[in-house]
Design a protein around this ligand. Structure first.
Ligand code: AN7
Length: 366
């Protein structure tokens, strides 16, 4: 047996035991599905938990910082976790159409999963404030897109009214199945580490994800008798309704994914903060970009909203206890927002160069 395992290790078989079936199949005993639920999946979930040497060193004091890289989901964001559940249940309930308001990622995920399940996706987005990659996805995945002269909060107000009056399923995070699917990210972290981190740092927009993680940790840790994490939620300074406990009428931030002034999960988020003895703080756009660059220089490209979790961690450097284990959630892939990367980098990028070996050798300094 030992010998067989050694051979299997050599062949890499033990590291890739089984094809990952998607998160509903993997965690179905924790999810509201039955044998009758038609599972609409793109094999989402099972994203890597990456140890960051640069952040661990930056924080110091024997801290280990891990990144839950959920930008590696099939449509490039954590929204896939919630959407596989929401669309599967909408299909089970006989719905033919779904709708959402979105700063971009929800629309991409809704479009992909709805189309895959044979449902019609409608999406409302704020004109001019959806990153290019996300828009390209919604266009390609087959959504009918309505771009409004208004922000996300206005779009959400409209889709909530629409879905209450017509047979269209709402797939924003007010849909409880979204939260159910998203809680599996917490399960994966505990499966990977064998415990929960001391802190979970996470960006907040509508605060669906922080609600989902907390639910996931509570459910998974209770049965294992393990300690719960402290939940640290971060928003952009120009878009910080949960930090300031107000409605922000005209939210502004470079992190368009979290450009949200009136989060629907406000009360749930407050409860998470209280129960976990956590904190909500804001970070500036400059701090977000700084964190975005630090991550990329370690090979991890996330979108600006995701970097808010790391910016927040860095801000709290002096509060972190010795030997802490911290997880920062990277909610979306950097490729979602190429314009932001092209405008905010420290690269050496020389253009219009004469293509001669001599010239290029000289440029490189050899
Ligand atoms: C990359 O796509 O609200 O606190 O419409 O895309 O659960 O809202 C996106 C939110 C964090 C915030 N990171 O999550 C949408 C949308 C990224 C995001 C958030 C979003 P919530």
């Amino acid at each position: 047996m030992v010998l067989l395992n050694k051979i299997k290790n050599k062949l890499g078989i033990n590291y890739r035991k089984k094809r990952w079936p998607g998160l509903i199949e993997a965690y179905k005993q924790y999810l509201p599905v039955t044998k009758k639920t038609p599972i609409i999946s793109l094999n989402e979930g099972n994203t890597p938990l990456i140890l960051s040497d640069s952040l661990s060193n930056l924080i110091g004091n024997e801290t280990k910082v891990f990144l839950k890289y959920d930008g590696l989901n099939p449509t490039g964001s954590f929204k896939d976790r919630g959407m596989t559940m929401a669309i599967s249940k909408a299909k089970e309930e006989g719905r033919e159409a779904v709708i959402c308001a979105s700063t971009g990622n929800t629309s991409a995920a809704a479009a992909a999963y709805a189309s895959r399940g044979g449902l019609k996706p409608y999406v409302l987005i704020p004109e001019g404030f959806v990153a290019q990659g996300k828009l390209a996805q919604a266009l390609m995945y087959g959504a009918e897109i309505i771009s409004i002269n208004g922000n996300f909060d206005k779009a959400l107000e409209i889709v909530r009214d629409l879905s209450s009056e017509h047979p269209i399923e709402l797939v924003n995070s007010v849909n409880p199945y979204r939260i159910q699917g998203q809680k599996t990210a917490a399960f994966e972290i505990v499966d990977d580490l064998g415990y929960a981190p001391d802190w979970l740092c996470i960006p907040m927009g509508n605060a669906g994800n922080i609600t989902a993680y907390w639910l996931g940790f509570k459910e998974y840790l209770k049965i294992r008798n393990l300690k719960l994490p402290t939940m640290m939620g971060f928003q952009s300074e120009g878009s910080a309704p949960l930090v300031k406990n107000i409605i922000v009428k005209d939210p502004e931030t470079i992190a368009t994914a979290i450009r949200i002034g009136n989060p629907v999960n406000r009360e749930k988020a407050k409860k998470v903060k209280k129960e976990s003895k956590g904190d909500f703080q804001s970070v500036t756009d400059e701090e977000i970009i700084e964190a975005y660059k630090i991550l990329a220089k370690e090979g991890i490209f996330c979108e600006p909203a995701s970097a808010a979790s790391v910016a927040g961690l860095i801000k709290n450097k002096n509060r972190i206890q010795k030997g802490s284990r911290i997880v920062c959630v990277l909610t979306g892939n950097g490729l979602k927002d190429p314009d932001c990367a092209i405008k905010n980098n420290d690269a050496i990028f020389k253009k219009n160069i004469d293509p001669s070996l001599k010239n290029i050798t000289k440029i490189l300094g050899y």
